[in-house]
Design a protein around this ligand. Sequence first.
Ligand SMILES: [Zn+2]
Ligand SMILES: [Zn+2]
Length: 124
Amino acid sequence: MFCFNHQKEAVAICKHCGKCLCHECVTMVDGGAACSEVCEQKVQEYMAYIELSKQGILKVSSTFKRTAAFLFILGTLFIFMGVGPFLYTGDVYSLFLSLMGLPFILAGYHNLKSAKQIKTNEKA
Ligand SMILES: [Zn+2]
Ligand SMILES: [Zn+2]
């Protein structure tokens, strides 16, 4: 792979136009390679956009986590609301209320898994 302008080994590819670039021709903009001033501007926009979407992914991940915490609390609340009366009165029907807490716990677990998946995808 040779430089677009010289007969030299290329070390990078312009992130905007895809030209192969040697040491002399390449300009690094925020961690992205660019060939000309026009491309420098475009690459800068790309890198800013990538940084923005990275932050967006982290935000989604923390939203999942917050939802998971909320669901866990709700599920636990249901379970206590069912188990409490059962212990005091021996009323088996109150245990059904506890069962209602299980879907919340499961949904919370699912949310937590999604949050972790997003994080691992982001690292890759
Ligand atoms: Zn270019
Ligand atoms: Zn060159």
